[in-house]
Design a protein around this ligand. Structure first.
Ligand code: G3I
Length: 300
């Protein structure tokens, strides 16, 4: 293939980008997205604060705009994210006990039901673990206890039985305390029939990241019977940037259950990071990292 999306599609995979809907009116942004990628995810538009600004009052305008844009071009849409400790609307942040539980479950039902059939996968729960493998002490954890992640997955499955339901996190780029804690949770969920289908590896990394166990880590999750997806890839600038992008792409290509890769933005112009971590520079020119990824997708 001659584009990222077409090349990934040759092995049944997708290659996507996180999109800020506010930039779709910029022609270079839209043209690059439409030409190179075959999947999108909303960088912010489907999060809790955006989709439910007031209790029980849903606003799908930004998410719908992206879904319509993608569907008009035959692109897939990932859903990000139903439950997260960050970007909660103000009204949810100080809820306690059963009120928070009901708010979480109602949010999942409202959003996942709205996008049923439009998104192929959901990041149901985002970033619930700490580096040491303990649970992050978010309002969800403190108010609802250890069972809240399972409750969230069961609610998502009820609202959208066909989407691939993912747990998504960062710092899981090797076999380490955090990825092992998530691994143990997934193994427990699979053994008890909790509906989890996938684990997302954000992969926000440095140009000299140690990726010696990256592929083995993906594979051990796949061996539990879940898909794996690279969900937010970006790599800081530096001499190893292109090679590191290549290592991640090769790892996904080598794991049969690695369904696709999403980069967390299109152009360095609009990255959340200030170290030029994407495949296109600020003028939408292809970087060396782009060429390395394209070659890896075509070699796989
Ligand atoms: O939309 C408002 C705008 O109205 C206001 O004028 C402006 C002033 O600050 O803020 C705008 O909201 C910002 C939003 O991005 C849209 O640009 C928020 O302040 C800002 O916090 C938000 O940052 C996002 C961040 O998640 C929030 O935690 C980043 O764009 C987004 O890239 C980032 O994405 C996360 C993933 O969801 C989860 N994994 C990590 C990843 C990177 O942090």
């Amino acid at each position: 293939g001659t584009t990222l999306g077409a090349s990934a599609a040759e092995s049944g995979r997708y290659f996507g980008a996180a999109v800020s809907t506010q930039y779709l009116s910029e022609s270079a942004y839209a043209n690059t997205l439409g030409a190179e990628f075959n999947s999108v995810v909303a960088e912010n538009a489907m999060k809790w604060d955006a989709t439910e600004p007031n209790p029980g009052q849903f606003n799908f305008s930004g998410g719908d705009q992206l879904v319509n844009w993608a569907q008009a071009r035959g692109m897939k849409v990932r859903g990000h994210t139903l439950v997260w400790h960050a970007q909660q609307p103000g009204w949810a942040q100080n809820l306690t006990g059963q009120n928070l539980r009901n708010a979480m479950l109602n949010h999942i039902a409202g959003v996942a039901n709205h996008y049923e059939g439009d998104v192929f996968a959901w990041d149901v729960v985002n970033e619930a673990f700490e580096w040491d493998g303990s649970r992050r002490q978010s309002n969800l954890q403190r108010q609802l206890g250890n069972g809240w992640i399972e409750e969230a997955f069961r609610a998502a499955d009820a609202a959208d039985p066909t989407a691939t339901l993912c747990y998504n996190d960062y710092g899981t780029d090797s076999i380490n305390a955090k990825s092992t804690a998530i691994y143990n949770m997934v193994r427990d969920f699979k053994s008890r029939g909790v509906p989890i289908d996938c684990v997302g590896f954000q992969t926000h990394i440095a140009h000299n990241e140690n990726l010696s166990s990256y592929q083995a880590n993906l594979q051990r999750f796949a061996d539990l019977g879940v898909d794996v997806e690279i969900t937010e890839l970006d790599v800081g600038q530096g001499s190893g940037q292109a090679a590191t992008y290549g290592t991640v792409t090769n790892a996904c290509m080598a794991v049969a259950r690695c369904k696709g890769i999403t980069v967390w933005g299109i152009t360095d112009k609009y990255s959340w990071r200030d170290d030029n971590p994407l495949l296109f520079d600020g003028n939408y020119q292809k970087k060396q990292a782009y060429h390395t990824v394209l070659a890896a997708l075509n070699n796989g």
